[in-house]
Write a new protein. Structure first.
Ligand code: SAM
Length: 307
């Protein structure tokens, strides 16, 4: 019996809400298991190629991971004039490392992910995501809870990227979305440091996480700027935030972005340039209105959990 492409025989269903889901036709289950911290699946889908799924959520897909990772990394790297010492919190697949080391100023790059097994499975099954970045001599990887790492280091960073899983009930990331955690982040940045993070869905029907993260960061940083990029495999405009007490991504003159990318000799970006920057930071009125209605602050004793 031959296997028809449409309709697919097997489906991966990603729930975004108890009453909403996105279905992906599965060509092949590559790996399925449970680590000490989370469920992990690696699947080959017909539409978006290979996907990493943690606790039922697609983290990144072969087809469009470049959009997510370039959007998370390059705005912060470009607005900081000297991004030399960089910390990545989470970042399992290693694609954030791949993007960061494109900037020639980087001297020290530390990644702290709680889950060694996820990182090793990504290296084995998704090697193009990191593209050799784990072997770069500037890169150092620690396997531990990133909050514990920050609490116990005196180091000060130019940029801290936070690329962690969504705060689901019972997963290891929810303590990294709170006011107390962001207070720790600002303490571990240099005075002119920048943080950039994945910050939940920008769909106004699923906005609680983004709005609450934005409000919470506002208590800690002077400049807090939301932006979004449409990620086809997530089927939504995904939210990110840049926060700094010194620099602003909104104020940057677009032509300067392209000049700076060229000056840094980065010539393999597929998504990020001055036009994409302007587009990402230009939030539509409904999103801005929804954000201003969100009053929630996330604290250690009032954590936020998403679906
Ligand atoms: N692109 C992703 C998304 O859609 O949210 C995030 C990418 S990455 C796979 C997320 C990583 O965060 C995972 O490898 C996970 O182990 C890590 N992580 C979760 N909680 C953490 C914690 N408390 N400390 C360090 N890493 C953590």
């Amino acid at each position: 019996m031959s296997s028809p492409v449409f309709p697919a025989w097997k489906w991966f269903i990603e729930f975004t809400h108890p009453t909403q889901a996105h279905m992906h036709g599965v060509k092949r289950y590559v790996y399925s298991g449970k680590t000490q911290f989370q469920d992990i699946e690696i699947i080959d889908t017909y539409f978006f190629g290979r996907c990493l799924v943690l606790d039922g959520k697609i983290q990144s897909a072969q087809f469009d991971e470049y959009i997510y990772h370039e959007a998370l990394i390059h705005p912060a790297m470009i607005i900081h004039p000297h991004p030399r010492e960089i910390l990545v919190i989470g970042g399992g697949e290693g694609a954030v490392l791949r993007e960061i080391i494109k900037h020639p100023q980087v001297e020290k790059l530390v990644m702290v992910d709680i889950d060694q097994e996820v990182v090793e499975l990504c290296q084995r099954y998704l090697p193009e995501w990191s593209n050799g970045a784990f072997e770069d001599p500037k890169v150092d990887v620690h396997f531990m809870d990133a909050r514990e790492y920050l609490e116990n280091t005196d180091y000060r960073w130019d940029i801290i990227f936070i690329d962690i899983t969504e705060p689901l009930d019972d997963n290891p990331s929810y303590r990294l979305f709170t006011k107390e955690f962001y207070q720790l982040v600002v303490q571990k940045l240099k005075k002119n440091g920048v943080t950039a993070l994945q910050a939940g869905n920008l769909n106004t029907a699923f906005f609680e996480c983004h709005g609450a993260v934005y409000n919470t960061l506002k208590l800690v940083f002077k400049n807090v700027e939301s932006y979004g990029a449409f990620i086809p495999s997530y089927d939504t405009n995904w939210g990110f935030i840049i926060a700094s007490n010194e620099y602003s991504a909104l104020g940057v003159y677009p032509a300067k972005i392209d000049t700076e990318i060229a000056r840094r000799n980065i010539n393999d970006l597929r998504f990020y340039d001055s036009q994409s920057h302007t587009n990402m930071f230009a939030l539509t009125k409904d999103v801005r209105d929804r954000r201003s209605k969100e009053k929630r602050i996330i604290e250690d004793d009032k954590p936020l959990f998403t679906y």
